[in-house]
Structure formats: structure tokens, C-alpha cells
Design a protein around this ligand. Structure first.
Ligand SMILES: Nc1ncnc2c1ncn2[C@@H]1O[C@H](COP(=O)(O)OP(=O)(O)OP(=O)(O)O)[C@@H](O)[C@H]1O
Ligand SMILES: NCC(=O)N[C@@H]1O[C@H](COP(=O)([O-])[O-])[C@@H](O)[C@H]1O
Ligand SMILES: [Mg+2]
Length: 390
């Protein structure tokens, strides 16, 4: 009855949109996450609640549901179990190697810089405060310090002096995920702008979405826009590097490849072997969107030319504090800002609780230029209010 059975490891907002795409094509979706009622679970055929870092529980869920495709949606997964499952014949998207290398910054950075020769910032890894401070002599100051295992900017800070490097190390270790106190100390790049190049590895070759520009605050994205107007030679360099890395990682699916653009250089930063949060902008302007592209690539279905309706943007809706009883207001005002040819739309993720700065939704808009689309998305997002009742 179903086209295919997909097990999602992680069930947040990205998994929710992926589930919608999969349901539209008649797939069966099993949504897994560490907490019940996660956004994708609300739409899936079945759910399993366990920590994705618990290899025993992960294997049990796979053996119970027997998915055709295991689709990671978050970074922190027991990748040793995924590698074992792949060896036993289960299909891990895009490949266990890609998931394993990208879970930790040290894995993907060394692979990109040393094995593939991509352009990256100068960097060193440190496991003690002293090593972090000593890294300044080769990396330079200011330097960005991040836990090797973290995402969405957690534990990340910029150090301007040796003393601050020590503090940045302590901060990274206090906010890391997992139990390996290891940080990357990397050269601070004073970039002109940064992009996500959504790169799709398909049965028929590698294809690219129009580049997405974004603005980050505290290591997490606030607005993204598409297309980012770019110099063609720099875009060509980013594409070449992205194609090289996704091909080397193996498997089919979409990858969010992040670059800093400084002058004529496209500097590779990191990559997600799955849809990217900044790529939510594709929900309003791009056809197929990033979730549909991921699904089509995984199922080895043909992908038509990627079309962009016009300049588009997304702006996040963040919570300001923790709450377990809350609602939303202002949606009508936000949606009323839509105009013919310049639509405005919303996604409310329906996460069961808020936390300070937790992303609860996103506003989407089109405009005459990317700049105008951003202004419209930001204005719509600002109209949506979270009403706390506790
Ligand atoms: N070396 C650097 N120089 C300048 N800015 C940086 C550097 N590294 C990171 N940043 C800034 O911090 C942001 C987050 O960094 P990065 O993507 O490495 O972290 P992350 O926690 O993996 O984020 P996510 O998982 O949301 O992509 C970058 O998008 C960029 O704006
Ligand atoms: N940058 C990675 C990213 O955006 N991941 C997305 O956020 C969810 C976790 O949200 P939460 O922390 O609010 O539970 C993940 O499940 C994924 O959809
Ligand atoms: Mg990033």
C-alpha cells in the first residue's frame, strides 16, 4: 500500500516538512525523537520516543519497523550503530560515512581541508585550556571557539585575547554535547556575507539550488533569503567545492553546504547531510522545495529543473522564555501583510514547550528584491506573538 517506509531520526521542524513531502508521495513515516509529540510525529504514521544517541533503542526501532530508508534529521545520533546497520544492509541516508563525518566538526573539517583540499579557515583542535590558548600562535586572533559536537551555535564564542581563549574553551566544554571535551579553534573570518548552497546528490548527478544568504546571531540563523546575488566566479568556486565534498561523502540526498564569502574566496565552513534550517526559505519560492528534493533524491526519482518564483525570505519566530502552556496570537495580522505576487506565509511548528530562543515558527515572504522579501518576512514574524499562560 505504501511507496516506501521511512524512519526519521529527529522529528523537529525540518522533519515535519519532510514528512509532509513524504506523505504526499504515499510513503509511510516513522518519526523518532527524544520527546513525545515532536513536530514531525504529529503528522507521521507512527512514532518512537528514545534518545538518538541510544544505539540499543535505535537498533530496536529499526528492527521493529524495518524501514526502507533511515533518514537522520539531527546531528547527534549514535553513528556507530548507523554504520553497523548500513553494513547489515539497511539504507542510511545519505550514507553512514556522511552522517558519521558531519556529526563532529573535527571529522568533516579534516576531511574537507586535508583529504579534499577545500578552502577553509585556519584551525586547530584543543582538548585542554592550555592547548586552546596555544592555538592562537598558528590560528591567530580573534578566533572562534566551538565544541566539536554541538549545533545551532551552542557553546560557540569569539576570543580576542589569550585569556579570552581560555574562557572560550571553558564555555565550549560547559555547553557541548556528548562527553568528549574537544573544541575547534578557528580563524575568525571577516566575511562579506555567508551562504548555504543546497546541493543535491541524485541518481543523475549533482544539482544546486540558487544560493541562500543568511544572517546569524549567537550562532543561530535569524533570516535567510534566496537568491543571494553573487559574483559568478565565487559561486562557481562554491559549487565546485560542494560537488566535491558531497560526492566524496557518498549517497543520495540534499546537503546544506555552508560557505563564508570573503572577496573572491568561497571558504568552506561546514555541511549538513540533510535539509538545512536556512533552507526553509525554499518553502515560499522554490519548486521543488528542499524537503521535496531530499525525498526525490532518496527515492531515486527524477528531479525537474529547479525553479524560483522570485526573491524570497524566511524570518524566525523565537520564544522569549520557557513555558509549557502557551498559545499564539497575531497570525491574522501577519498573514494580512501578503499582497498579490508578494505572498506571506507562516509555519508554526507546534513544539510542546517553549524555551528561551527556541525556534517556534517561521515567517515566509516574497518581495521585489531579496532585501524587500527579508523586510516583509521580519515584519510578519514580529506580528506573531507567543502568549504564555504559565
Ligand atoms: N570562523 C568563523 N569566522 C566568522 N564567523 C564564524 C566562524 N565560524 C562560525 N561563524 C559564525 O557562526 C555561525 C555558526 O557557526 P557554525 O555553522 O559553525 O555553527 P553551528 O553551531 O554548526 O550552526 P548550525 O548547526 O546552526 O549550522 C556561522 O554561520 C557564522 O555566522
Ligand atoms: N540547525 C539545526 C536545526 O535547525 N535543526 C532543526 O531543529 C530541530 C530541533 O529543534 P529544538 O532544538 O527546538 O528541539 C531539529 O529536529 C531540526 O528540525
Ligand atoms: Mg552552521
Amino acid at each position: 500500500m505504501y511507496l516506501s517506509t521511512i524512519m526519521l531520526l529527529g522529528s523537529g521542524e525540518l522533519g515535519r516538512e519532510f514528512t509532509i513531502a513524504a506523505k504526499r508521495l504515499g510513503c509511510r513515516v516513522i518519526a523518532c525523537d527524544r520527546y513525545d509529540n515532536a513536530p514531525a510525529m504529529q503528522l507521521a504514521d507512527a512514532r518512537e520516543v528514545f534518545s538518538m544517541l541510544d544505539g540499543v533503542a535505535l537498533r530496536a526501532a529499526v528492527e521493529q519497523h524495518r524501514p526502507d530508508h533511515i533518514v537522520p534529521e539531527i546531528e547527534a545520533i549514535d553513528t556507530a550503530t548507523l554504520a553497523e546497520l548500513e553494513r547489515e544492509g539497511w539504507h542510511v541516508v545519505p550514507s553512514a560515512k556522511a552522517v558519521q563525518l558531519t556529526m563532529n566538526r573535527d571529522g568533516i573539517r579534516d576531511f574537507a581541508a586535508k583529504e579534499l583540499g577545500l578552502t577553509t579557515s585556519r584551525y586547530l583542535f584543543a582538548e585542554t585550556r592550555e592547548e586552546a590558548i596555544a592555538a592562537a600562535s598558528s590560528v591567530g586572533l580573534p578566533a572562534v571557539v566551538k565544541p566539536v559536537m554541538s549545533s545551532s551555535g551552542k557553546g560557540q564564542s569569539v576570543a580576542r585575547t589569550g585569556e579570552e581563549l581560555g574562557q572560550a574553551f571553558d564555555y565550549a566544554v560547559a555547553n557541548m554535547r556528548g562527553d568528549r571535551p574537544r573544541v575547534i579553534v578557528e580563524e575568525y573570518i571577516a566575511f562579506d556575507y555567508e551562504i548555504t548552497l543546497l546541493t543535491v546528490s541524485t541518481r543523475d548527478g549533482v544539482i544546486f539550488c540558487p544560493p541562500i544568504g543568511h544572517r546569524q546571531e549567537s550562532g543561530d540563523y535569524r533570516e535567510s533569503w534566496q537568491p543571494m546575488p553573487m559574483d559568478q566566479a565565487v559561486l562557481a568556486s562554491a559549487r565546485e567545492q560542494a560537488a566535491k565534498v558531497v560526492t566524496a561523502l557518498g549517497g543520495y540526498g540534499i546537503f546544506g553546504v555552508e560557505f563564508f564569502i570573503a572577496g573572491s574566496r568561497a571558504i568552506f565552513s561546514e555541511l549538513s547531510p540533510r535539509p538545512h534550517d536556512t533552507g526553509m526559505v525554499t518553502l515560499i519560492g522554490q519548486n521543488p522545495n528542499e524537503f521535496e528534493l531530499h525525498l526525490r533524491a532518496i527515492l531515486e526519482l527524477p528531479i525537474p529543473a529547479i525553479e524560483l518564483a522570485g526573491p524570497s525570505a524566511s524570518a524566525v519566530i523565537l520564544a522569549d522564555r520557557e513555558s509549557h502552556d502557551f498559545g499564539f496570537s497575531g497570525l491574522a495580522d501577519a498573514l494580512a501583510t501578503g499582497e498579490p505576487g508578494k505572498p506571506v506565509d507562516l509555519r508554526i511548528f507546534a513544539k510542546p514547550n517553549t524555551l528561551k530562543n527556541r525556534r517556534m515558527g517561521v515567517a515566509l515572504a516574497r518581495g521585489e528584491s531579496a532585501r524587500q522579501a527579508v523586510e516583509r518576512a521580519v515584519a510578519a514574524a514580529a506580528k506573531v506573538k507567543i502568549e504564555h499562560r504559565d
